[in-house]
Design a protein around this ligand. Sequence first.
Ligand code: ASP
Length: 320
Amino acid sequence: MTEVRKPVIVVHGGAGTWRPGRSQAGLEGVKKAAKTGFDVLKHGGIAVDSVMEAVAIMEDEDAFNAGYGSSLNIEKRVEMEASIMDGKTLQAGAVGLLKDVKNPVRLARIVMEETDHVFIVGEGAEKLAKIFNLERREMMTELRLKYHEQQRKALLEGKFELRKLASLIKSYPELFQLETVGAVALDKDGNVAAATSTGGFPLKLPGRIGDSPLIGCGTYADNWAGACSATGVGEIAIRLVLAKTVCSYMENEKTAQDAVEIAIKLVNQRLTATYNSMGLIAVDAHGGIGAAHNSPNMCWAYVTPEKQEPVASLTAKTVK
Ligand code: ASP
């Protein structure tokens, strides 16, 4: 007989600096997402449905840099990306360079279940969204337009010697709130899943793909280990294959909390030459949860069987 597990969900609304004016909306958003995802699990739903519904809630809120309210690239355009992974089957789906698909995470699920592929971007992905009648939405918000103007100005203001965005971000951290969203869950059958969705890094070059849709980097789930979703500087998570690294620690019997802390330490030790702000959430195969970051904040929430109601915070374990 299969052992019945107590379901858990953890969600994040992004690492970075959450400023007072916006943090309430962030906390409300992650709570709503965690509750939605947990309700799926409570009613016997599977982990994949739970993380997809949780992420879709945050994509619909303008508080986050995912779906509606996505950051703008250097050309003032939205290019969204998302991924989802099922730890039971190791099936995964990812999408990138989306302009107006209302819920990129739902399209990632379609890639996972309805195609033979894992990752579809741009026109092909938009075409798939059309075939499956996914809703469309104008994603650009006044707030992101305002940020874009400020960020561009900062970039151009006498900073011509800057060759990399990292230097700019160090000088103006308040303009680069990351606010990507993600979720990890364990269902009653012991299956784990992870999903992540983002508008990507503000001022990114057109065509830039971050860690969020890359399986193993921003998202990973494996029933033998657990599930992980990352937020922060995508290029850092890509170079350390961070989500899979966290899962490998869990496969080797580390708890979810130990695994995310060790992974953030790894970031701090190995990738110091550039801006390396990162945050991680995880759930292990035993239902333990983990959250850690090296950024000033990470907006996140969780629901466990003991708590039943979402617990949200702007910080988790800060690893220096
Ligand atoms: N990881 C995302 C990216 O680099 C940004 C974020 O987490 O907010 O695209």
